[in-house]
Design a protein around this ligand. Sequence first.
Ligand SMILES: NC(=O)c1ccc[n+]([C@@H]2O[C@H](COP(=O)([O-])OP(=O)(O)OC[C@H]3O[C@@H](n4cnc5c(N)ncnc54)[C@H](O)[C@@H]3O)[C@@H](O)[C@H]2O)c1
Length: 332
Amino acid sequence: MVNIAVLGVGYWGPNTVRNLRSIDFCNLKYVCDLNEARLEFIRSAFPEQNVTNNYKELLNDKELDAVCIVTPVTSHEKLGLEFLNAGKHVFIEKPLTFKVSEAENLVAKAKEKNLVLCTGHIFQFSPAVQKAKELIESGFIGKINYVTASRMNQGAGKYEVDVSWDLATHDLSIINYLMEKVPNRVSAFGKNHTVDLNDTVTIRMDYRDNAYATIEVSWLSPFKFRLMRIFGSKGTLVYDEMAENKLVHYGLGIDDRDKGRGAGNLTYKEGEKNIVELPKGEPLKNELINFLQAINGTAKPVADGVSGLNVVKILSACAESMKNDGKWISIS
Ligand SMILES: NC(=O)c1ccc[n+]([C@@H]2O[C@H](COP(=O)([O-])OP(=O)(O)OC[C@H]3O[C@@H](n4cnc5c(N)ncnc54)[C@H](O)[C@@H]3O)[C@@H](O)[C@H]2O)c1
């Protein structure tokens, strides 16, 4: 049984609370928020839930094993370090931080203290992404040559950073996970139309082995769009988080393409299309179970601190590129 707390129950934290309460091998010992109104919201939903507005209480509780930090990103490093220093395992919502140095500090501290540090890369736990990972690892679509992703929705208007930090975080975490590597250089171009931030961003990522990826994110779309296409040397996966059939596999159709060319008689033929069956499961619950199992030593963390750091490195490089009209920036 893992004794755990949730710190921050604004917009997203109540989802973490609901899911942790449904997992039978953890005890949600505290829900903490500085804002009384948010604690009242939790009390009204779960009258017996222990709540507090003082996070030092959590730091000083020797029986508390872990904390989920669901506070604004600018507070992640400070709070994360305090809890790691107090000997607690830490889960931090995405993005891990806004600065590479802060993410590095968290990763180094977790290592020094031998504690689990996980990042809230929720889509790595989507059943469709988990299945895509399994298919890619089995060699089913061959070598990944090209990935292209689009993620758009209406902006909520309360942001302090470009849309890339809000939305591309998800695509980057998925692409890094599926490709098991980070690009060697990135370039990004941003435009602002509605707020004094880039509300529309295009990212290009170049890999040493000739693989290539693009991501387009925007707050201008009136509807939610979450689409990724993964083109391999033997086939293609189309992942649409908004569709009923979230993962579709297309065979290559390459023989026909070659025949057409040779004969001077170009015909287009789609590769055979197959809907991939997926297990059921809520990504956030899967993600929290993985964090708890990593604490118990029964699973490896899927979205660990290093994966959080890698995403922050790419997003920081994108920010630098956008300031320099899309210049390519190396990722170290
Ligand atoms: N995984 C996802 O899909 C997803 C979706 C939305 C938000 N998020 C992430 O969740 C995090 C929180 O975002 P949000 O939109 O819920 O923010 P929010 O501003 O709505 O809520 C944050 C809450 O944290 C509380 N807080 C701040 N400092 C605190 C402290 N020291 N102790 C206790 N409480 C404290 C605030 O009072 C507030 O209620 C961010 O990292 C965000 O990027 C993730």
